[in-house]
Design a protein around this ligand. Structure first.
Ligand code: 5GP
Length: 120
């Protein structure tokens, strides 16, 4: 179980247009934008538009269309960013003990350099 969704988080504000972002991709179910503090030459965040804190919450409550849309958006961002040949890494920190800072589910996409062992 995870904490209840709180729509005062930063990514909810970005989704509502209350805060700016450097947008990479958007469709009905997902928004992708550059991380404000990149940890690799390419560091993009992909978020579902619905209010979900975690992967476990999303996978339980989201519709099949939302899950498919979000999953396809992650792949689309990777293809459009020409990361497919170079390799890229997906990461989702879930829960405070895993380092999740923003309480809206997000997948990090890292690329643009050899990635080596797992990022801490
Ligand atoms: P987490 O630690 O929750 O997995 O990742 C949160 C990420 O969001 C961090 O990499 C952080 O740099 C990024 N971030 C935090 N606030 C903002 C913001 O206002 N705009 C953008 N674009 N990224 C943010």
């Amino acid at each position: 179980a995870t904490q209840p969704y709180d729509d005062s988080n930063i990514f909810a504000k970005i989704l509502r247009g209350e805060l700016p972002c450097n947008k990479v991709y958007e469709d009905e179910h997902a928004l992708a934008f550059h991380d404000i503090n990149p940890m690799a030459p390419v560091h993009i965040l992909v978020i579902p538009k619905g209010g979900y804190v975690s992967w476990d919450d999303f996978s339980e409550r989201a519709s099949d269309a939302e899950i498919a849309g979000f999953t396809r958006a992650v792949g689309k961002v990777a293809r459009d960013g020409a990361m497919v040949t170079q390799g890229y890494r997906l990461l989702a920190n879930i829960g405070k003990r895993a380092g999740q800072e923003v309480g809206h589910l997000h997948v990090h996409i890292f690329g643009g350099q050899p990635l080596g062992p797992m990022l801490a």
